[in-house]
Design a binder for this molecule. Structure first.
Ligand SMILES: Cc1cc2nc3c(=O)[nH]c(=O)nc-3n(C[C@H](O)[C@H](O)[C@H](O)COP(=O)(O)OP(=O)(O)OC[C@H]3O[C@@H](n4cnc5c(N)ncnc54)[C@H](O)[C@@H]3O)c2cc1C
Length: 432
């Protein structure tokens, strides 16, 4: 990282949309609530909005400040990506179900766009498209095959750009061409979270920050939600804790979610002509590496937001930032020396089958596992979870159908991630 950088270790997004505490440390905590939601990120807020608009009494309990999990830390790329390719899902589930899963992505992306418009949320949302650069010639061929298959089966309108033409998409020579998806956009995640939170407040949801749920006990008359500031009786509980599920000993969810740290750096502002050259269409960007990078221009069009793995899963934001800085300069050598203004990290929630899940266990519903693509999936899944508890015919989703798997002895500490990252780094070095 540039030696004279004077950077912050909080998210760039918090400058424009700072986080707030609401009724912290057990203030005005109700003794009873029809619905209790654990976690105040996109999942919890979307579920709460749907329930409250249906006239239900709802309480959200958040262990940190609202949004302090992944929802105000992410890259803001609205992909609704699924880790397994359509072809992989066809091999596992057969064509009909696999197509339904991918078609749900189309619906979820539209749902997000409609939600932002209908709720009048000011969050710099733009459908700018995404370019995925091929890091190896063989990756270009793989992208082309996947693109053809997606277009043939669900008409996504994906198209390839050759190395020769890639400067129309990105001011870099690192790639061997790439694929464009016009149906992907970007937003300012903390402004989106704040907008949702404002709507939830207006719907009179009871909101409480800095309160950790330690246990949920199910009995014949519903649930007893045990918190650090007393117990709350609830008929139903939604757990939307995703990558932060191991914050307490509520271990059903923690046993199914693999928290994986993702790191982001933001650059200082640059001249407009520089950004125009690097991002001619102001698109979102991705790569084909196993340890892939995601990046984009900042919504104000003046700097770069650049994310990826933090090296060997390091805790140190400076060393992790340096690791990312080197990758940024590999892509855009001409900005070597640009200063970093922010470096921060957060936890994404992966699952053992790399798919999101909704699982009802009597009066508790667990929702999460977006594998780094929750900007689109979390509002969709949170809303579906609420609709499910309301008994609505609109609640159908493929993510409630399959098993939310765990593995023997796994309790929420992903000891196996560092060796996997190490193996992925070797594969990336050789273009495998
Ligand atoms: C660095 C980074 C970059 C990312 N980039 C992208 C991107 O560009 N595009 C994209 O689509 N997705 C991205 N993601 C993923 C996306 O941010 C998440 O999938 C999404 O925000 C998940 O929302 P959520 O509400 O389920 O979880 P979160 O926002 O993580 O909220 C869960 C909340 O639960 C709370 N909690 C946990 N345990 C308890 C407890 N016991 N009691 C009370 N509260 C509790 C936590 O404090 C936390 O605030 C990124 C994630 C990270 C970390």
């Amino acid at each position: 990282m540039h030696a004279s950088s004077n950077f912050k270790t909080t998210p760039y997004w918090w400058e424009e949309a700072p986080l707030s505490d609401i009724n912290p440390n057990g203030k005005d905590l109700p003794k009873e609530s029809e619905f209790v939601i654990v976690g105040g990120g996109f999942t919890g807020l979307s579920a709460a909005l749907t329930l409250a608009r249906a006239g239900e009494q709802v309480t959200i309990l958040e262990a940190q400040r609202f949004g302090e999990g992944a929802s105000s830390r992410n890259g803001g790329i609205c992909s609704g990506n699924l880790k397994p390719s359509l072809e992989t899902l066809v091999n596992i589930y057969g064509m009909d179900f696999a197509k339904k899963i991918y078609e749900e992505g189309v619906l979820a992306r539209k749902f997000l766009a409609d939600l932002i418009e209908e709720e009048d949320i000011d969050c710099d949302f733009k459908m700018v498209g995404r370019f995925s650069g091929a890091n190896h010639p063989s990756h270009y061929d793989k992208l082309a095959r996947e693109s053809d298959y997606l277009n043939e089966k669900i008409n996504l309108g994906s198209y390839m750009v050759s190395k020769q033409d890639q400067h129309d998409e990105i001011g870099s020579d690192l790639y061997f061409g790439g694929a464009v998806r016009e149906d992907i956009g970007g937003l300012h995640p903390a402004k989106f979270h704040k907008g949702l939170l404002d709507r939830v407040k207006e719907a009179e949801v009871s909101l409480h920050s800095q309160i950790k749920v330690n246990e949920i006990v199910q009995n014949t008359s519903g649930c007893l939600v045990k918190t650090s500031y007393g117990d709350i009786k609830a008929s139903k509980v939604i757990v939307g804790t995703n990558g932060y599920s191991n914050l307490s000993s509520m271990n059903w969810m923690a046993r199914r979610i693999i928290p994986i740290r993702s790191q982001i750096i933001a650059t200082e502002e640059m001249a407009e002509h520089v950004i125009d050259k690097l991002f001619p269409k102001r698109r979102m960007h991705g790569t084909t590496l196993n340890l892939y990078n995601y990046f984009r221009p900042a919504p104000n069009g003046k700097g770069i937001i650049f994310g990826g793995r933090s090296g060997a899963d390091r805790d140190d934001p400076v060393r992790s930032g340096q690791h990312l800085y080197k990758q940024l300069i590999d892509i855009f050598p001409e900005i070597d020396g640009v200063k970093i203004s922010h470096t921060w990290s957060g936890y994404t929630g992966y699952t053992f089958d790399h798919m999101p899940h909704i699982k009802q266990q009597r009066d508790i519903v667990y929702a999460g596992g977006y594998c780094g693509s929750g900007v689109v999936w979390a509002p969709w899944v949170g809303t579906k979870t609420a609709l499910m508890l309301l008994g609505s015919s609109e609640s159908k989703t493929t993510f409630s159908k399959s098993d939310f798997e765990t593995r023997p002895l796994y309790k929420g500490t992903p000891w196996f991630v560092p060796p996997i990252i190490w193996w992925y780094a070797i594969k990336d070095k050789f273009g495998w």
